[in-house]
Ligand binder design. Structure first.
Ligand code: ADQ
Length: 489
């Protein structure tokens, strides 16, 4: 194995994430079918070919019987995946509860759950206990498969306890932890009842990574203010032990998108879409249906634009593709109805018998259909209220070499720090501002579009997923070596 920088990388990489990059469907008592699933982390690591990587995570299904577990383990092994089996109660308390109802909204500045505070406080303890228990179950599986010299890369807010659990097993394990969401201001993190325990558990890692410098800074401030540890330019120090903290902005496998555009499948798709929307500018939103993605705000801004710009009404169409996630959580169900209601109202208001201004699809698209959509788009709207990075903005840019469309991007997405100079940056909460940016994008000269696109395209094709993973892992190796040298001195 050889990395980008020419240095041989012979290590095995154990990638530990809540979900394996496959969905498993049971076909019989001992038969399973497996399918690669969509999602940010999956898209990023699909591009990493340089490591001998194995995935460890939950397969997303409850498998109570041993025969089923054995069969699934065997099927997954062919895809270099190792399952962690979680029962329904743990999933409910750990995944739906602590991860998705507490940490996810808090890290995106949506606060702790507001309704029925007493019930939340009471269930908080049991959800936190389940969270710790689940993290320990992940650690048990990692420990079972760990070999000397392996690098263990833990991912995301689901597994904040994992570094500590792993180090309890083996202090010599090389452990890195990367957060895919924002890390909020320490003033927000302070409100979390388990704030200190979580920080201490993460600090057991050798290297802690974030998408942006700001998130890293927030984390270091939380450790200094809440734990009283020392923040240094390298990270966080406590009693002579340093946890390195740094920013590693993720990227995509841009070549995969660029190559896909040349395939007959995508070309046919592009032709179809061009015929379908001939004479109209295409605006596109692609998001998981989640409150952090700001979908209702985006659609309301589009309504405002149509209201204020009558002559554009039959010349523009918004395609909003929203893949449903966490469908058993009531807040997500509410969001789906809310979006449907707004889209219906606007289509009723501005549509005609032959055309509607918004096409809203509640589903996932396959990779080739998605590439074709990106390629025919004139204006992409990424208006997340908060987003760790946002890969959709990168994917759009990768597919725009011929069209050179405009990216409207939330200033609260991590991507604003890398694509900000090429995009039109907006405050997604300000519907008037977003409506004005739509007008600006649609009227932008070809020259300016080209200049902005070039900036973003250069970034997306040079800061790839491969580069991201290689940088993180080599930094982790270096961090461990430096720590050993410090101890020897
Ligand atoms: P996500 O919140 O899932 O990821 P994002 O980075 O935009 O957000 O990635 C979504 C991925 O899912 C993209 O690759 C996109 O193509 C795909 N996708 C979305 N909707 C789809 C649809 N309808 N059909 C098909 N594919 C669809 C989390 C964080 C992000 C961070 C990533 C990676 O919330 O902020 O950028 O992890 O770290």
């Amino acid at each position: 194995w050889e990395g980008h920088n020419g240095r041989p990388i012979r290590q095995r990489l154990l990638v530990v994430a809540n979900r394996l990059p496959v969905s498993a469907v049971r076909r019989g008592e001992e038969s399973w079918s497996l399918e690669i699933s969509a999602g940010g982390l999956v898209s990023a690591l699909l591009g990493v070919k340089e490591f001998e990587a194995r995935w460890i995570g939950w397969a997303g299904v409850n498998v109570p019987d041993e025969a089923g577990q054995r069969a699934l383990t065997k099927a997954l092994a062919e895809k270099r995946c190792i399952p962690v089996f979680l029962d329904e109660e743990i999933v409910h308390q750990y995944y739906n509860g602590y991860c998705n109802n507490i940490l996810w909204p808090l890290f995106h500045y949506l606060g702790l759950p507001q309704e029925d505070r007493l019930a939340t406080t009471r269930s908080f303890q049991s959800q936190f206990a389940a969270y710790k228990k689940a993290n320990q179950m992940f650690a048990d599986v990692v420990n079972k498969h760990y070999e000397d010299g392996d690098v263990v890369w833990c991912h995301d807010y689901h597994l904040m306890f994992l570094p500590e659990c792993l180090k309890n097993y083996n202090r010599k394990m090389k452990v890195g932890w990367f957060l895919h969401t924002p890390f909020p201001s320490s003033e927000i993190h302070r409100t979390l009842p388990s704030r200190s325990e979580l920080l201490r558990a993460v600090l057991a890692a050798d290297l802690v990574g974030f998408h942006t410098y700001d998130y890293a800074r927030h984390f270091v401030s939380a450790c200094t203010r809440i734990l009283g540890f020392e923040g240094t330019p390298e990270g966080v120090e406590d009693q002579g032990r340093l946890t390195r903290v740094a920013a590693f902005p993720i990227g995509i496998d841009s070549d995969r998108f660029i190559r896909a555009l040349e395939t007959q499948d995508v070309q046919n798709n592009i032709k179809e879409l061009q015929d379908r929307f001939a004479g109209r500018k295409v605006m596109l939103g692609v998001d998981r249906l989640d409150m952090i993605k700001g979908i209702p705000q985006k659609i309301l801004a589009f309504e405002k634009f149509l209201e204020e710009n009558q002559h554009w009404r039959d010349k523009v169409v918004l395609l909003q593709i929203a893949v449903p996630t966490r469908t058993d959580v009531p807040e997500y169900q509410k969001l789906t109805s809310q979006v449907h209601e707004i889209v219906g109202r606007i289509n009723g208001r501005f549509g005609s018998l032959s055309a509607v201004p918004i096409h809203h699809l509640d589903r996932s698209l396959d990779f080739y259909a998605l590439c074709a959509l990106y390629a025919v788009t004139d204006v992409a709207l990424v208006t997340s209220l908060r987003d760790g990075m946002n890969l959709v903005s990168y994917e759009f840019v990768a597919c725009q070499e011929s069209k050179k469309g405009v990216l409207i991007l939330s200033e609260f997405a991590g991507a604003a720090q890398s694509l900000g100079a090429g995009a039109i940056l907006v405050n997604p909460w300000n519907i008037t501002e977003v409506a004005a940016s739509i007008k600006q994008a649609l009227n932008m000269s070809a020259e300016e579009r080209e200049k902005r696109h070039l900036h973003n395209f250069t970034h997306v094709t040079t800061h790839t997923a491969q580069e991201w993973a290689e940088t993180f892992v080599s930094e982790l190796n270096d961090t461990v070596i430096e720590a050993q040298q410090r101890v020897r001195k």
